[in-house]
Design a protein around this ligand. Structure first.
Ligand code: ZN
Ligand code: ZN
Ligand code: ZN
Length: 93
């Protein structure tokens, strides 16, 4: 059991093979601290320690509550609605 009731909104669990960076930051030539991936649509955004906080802004604007870390070696997820972290088990196969 996870304390998150939005797991049915997860569509994307795997990170893309190549992550150029935060899509919105690249557009405006800004920088970021860490990268996060929306687990509903797979968009890459920057974390709340970054100046533009695109990951949480996307979650709010698109209504996609769950992100995961897109940093190498990190597999944790976070739900903005429940404000709770967890790890999504990989699909078998
Ligand atoms: Zn949730
Ligand atoms: Zn950004
Ligand atoms: Zn999304």
């Amino acid at each position: 059991m996870t304390p998150c009731g939005h797991l049915d909104q997860i569509r994307v669990t795997e990170l893309p093979a190549e992550i150029p960076g935060c899509a919105e930051c690249l557009k405006v030539g800004s920088g970021w601290m860490h990268l996060r991936m929306c687990m509903t649509c797979g968009v890459i955004g920057c974390c709340d320690s970054s100046p533009n906080r695109h990951a949480s802004r996307h979650a709010r604007e698109a209504g996609h509550p769950i992100i995961r870390s897109a940093e190498p070696g990190e597999d944790w997820s976070w739900c903005f609605l429940d404000e709770t972290g967890f790890v999504v088990a990989a699909e078998p196969g």
